[in-house]
Design a protein around this ligand. Structure first.
Ligand code: C5P
Length: 234
């Protein structure tokens, strides 16, 4: 498959057109940003980890009945995907308080939540991806009522599947971010699932094995990304 014109370059990925109008190529970069682009850096070979990990999880989710954009892996850093139109909503699922929720609501980081908490954020660099609710999604016409309800049920099912899977790999899924897109009129899962977009803690020690190591300058950033991939492959 040949890469044609670049459609989009984001913080961590590039998206290219292909000769097939309904297929794109996603290329995963090593660039890392945090705090809405304020902190910049490189995580060596992150692109390879995120490409492989996303591919594994998209295949798993497909088997479990969650339709997603993954078609096939093309190289270390590239996957072929369905040409979805991404909905400008970040869908966050939380099992344990951490990050912005812990800070905003004054909840101790590490506190297990009684039920999984679903959040929506409006994808907007200028606004800093503000937290919004279902009504905002509808009023801003980011998605229809029907799409919102599908997204919610997919997110909860994905959480169950991923929690169980990561637990078998001795990883606790603290929280994660999903993005959905439209393909042939249907909502499907898109974007990536990686240590950039998930918080993953070691089950025994609670050691952080995700992007928080970069965000908070905890060291062993590359090693942690490799460790997550190693566990998933075991
Ligand atoms: O920062 P916050 O606590 O809101 O992040 C919740 C989850 O969503 C974390 O797993 C984080 O890695 C992910 N996230 C993301 N992209 C963003 C914001 C959050 O992948 N722009």
């Amino acid at each position: 498959v040949e890469k044609l014109q670049m459609l989009y370059e984001g913080k961590a990925k590039k998206v290219y057109k292909t000769h097939a109008v309904d297929q794109y190529i996603v290329e995963y970069k090593d660039d890392a940003t945090a705090f809405n682009g304020e902190k910049k850096g490189t995580i060596v070979n992150k692109g390879i980890v995120n490409n492989q990990m996303s591919a594994m999880l998209f295949r798993l989710l497909k088997e479990m009945g969650i339709d997603n954009h993954y078609i096939e892996t093309l190289s270390d850093r590239e996957m072929l995907v369905k040409a979805v139109k991404i909905l400008p909503v970040e869908v966050i699922v939380r099992n344990v308080a951490a990050g912005s929720m812990a800070k905003r609501l004054g909840v101790q980081e590490g506190k297990t939540l009684k039920i999984p908490v679903l959040e929506f954020c409006y994808k907007s660099d200028e606004l800093g991806d503000p937290l919004i609710n279902d009504d905002h999604v509808e009023v801003l016409e980011l998605a229809t009522k029907k799409e919102i309800s599908k997204i919610k049920s997919y997110a909860m099912k994905i959480n169950e599947i991923l929690c169980e899977y990561f637990f078998m790999k001795n990883l606790k899924l603290i929280d994660f971010k999903l993005e959905f897109g439209l393909f042939e009129g249907e909502v499907i899962l898109a974007d990536e699932i990686s240590p950039d977009t998930c918080r993953l803690w070691d089950v025994d020690t609670n050691e952080k094995l995700d992007k928080d190591r970069f965000r908070r300058d905890l060291g062993n950033v590359e090693e942690s990304y490799q460790e997550v991939l190693r566990r998933l492959k075991n």
